[in-house]
Ligand binder design. Structure first.
Ligand SMILES: Nc1nc2c(ncn2[C@@H]2O[C@H](COP(=O)(O)OP(=O)(O)O)[C@@H](O)[C@H]2O)c(=O)[nH]1
Ligand SMILES: [Mg+2]
Length: 69
């Protein structure tokens, strides 16, 4: 089974995944910390962390377009 966390940037997706899994999930105060799809194996469940939709601080326009794609 797979749970995919999607939503706007900086709303706490990665923080929730960190709490749920106890793994070292990268979280940050600025939007745009999660830029790649990350998969965390938890027994029979896979939790997937996605980059957020919307503004990313300090990320080039080109890189933002890449994330969106
Ligand atoms: N006040 C408050 N801040 C939170 C909460 N959850 C996460 N944050 C903070 O929101 C910021 C963004 O969190 P992050 O998990 O990286 O968001 P993501 O971009 O959706 O993955 C970080 O500074 C977190 O510490 C919460 O429940 N309450
Ligand atoms: Mg994140």
């Amino acid at each position: 089974m797979e749970f995919v966390f999607v939503g706007r940037s900086n709303v706490g997706k990665s923080s929730v995944i960190r709490q749920l899994t106890g793994k070292r999930v990268l979280v940050g105060r600025r939007p745009g910390v999660t830029r790649k799809i990350s998969r965390y194996h938890c027994g029979k469940i896979d939790i997937v962390d996605m980059p957020g939709f919307g503004f990313m601080a300090g990320v080039s326009r080109e890189a933002q377009e890449h994330v969106k794609t």
